[in-house]
Design a protein around this ligand. Sequence first.
Ligand code: SF4
Length: 326
Amino acid sequence: MAKRILSGMRPTGQLHLGNLLGALQNWKKFEGEDAFFMIADWHALTTEYESHPKIKTYVIDVLIDYLAAGLDPERNTIFLQSAVPEHAELALLLSMITPLGWLERNPTYKEQLRERGGRSLGTYGFLGYPVLQAADILLYQADAVPVGEDQLPHVELAREMARRFNHLYGPVFTEPQAVLTETPKVPGTDGRKMSKSYGNTIDLSDSPQEVDKKIMQMATDPARKRREDKGHPEVCPVYFFHTIFNPTHHEAVARECRQAQRGCVECKREMASYLVPYLMPIYERRAEFEARREQVRDILVAGSQRARAVASQTLARAKDAVGIGI
Ligand code: SF4
């Protein structure tokens, strides 16, 4: 029997190469399973509540990125979290049985509070986002949740909540399993982790000229000041992309770099000659979808209806088990 899969992304801007290599390409491997892919707009609001007018636009942008990356809406259920109100209702129900300590020890919560010190994340919604995440997963009785290592504690929390609920009220929820996916730490153009908040992304919506320009301006080994300096490819973001997009020659690139037999400009040019054609079909598909945003929106409406049919059944069972409702 096909496995039920659930995963999603927050609509906080256009998706980039890091999202493609870290998540979307892994999701495609689940095609043929019973996969649900969510655009998590409630989750966007937990941190972006001040830039809320942009969220609706980003929802369609992210949907277009999903489709351009090759996710097939006929073979997967692609839906919008807020269009399935059962997510909010189950989150409220689960919040009744979630000890505060479970949320306060969440490593991502602590890290984000530290990192975004200037902005107020001391909200009830942000503290409680793992409860919403558990609701997202449990509503679909997902067997498997593809995640990177940093997301493992969230799936563990969803498992704990399922166990606690089933123990208190009777068996309703499937305990989900985390499926650890290979998620390379993709460097951005400045060498730090690729992230919208650092402004160092190569976006799926970037034209080939923009991608080319960004590659040519990319940081390299900071110790290599002159052409004759020997390089350290292992710390160079350009080399990282050689390992992915130039798999048959990257060892030669590393050797030549270490012996100062290649210059960074030619090295970047070569990498661009692999990366740009790789991204080109995504860029072209993206432009086609972009030209018909209204029809694209209909895909999300249809997917959300399909998701709701599943979610409403689970929620009814959960409320029945607790003994609330008419
Ligand atoms: S030669 Fe290539 S791998 Fe070496 S530092 Fe320059 S860009 Fe990076």
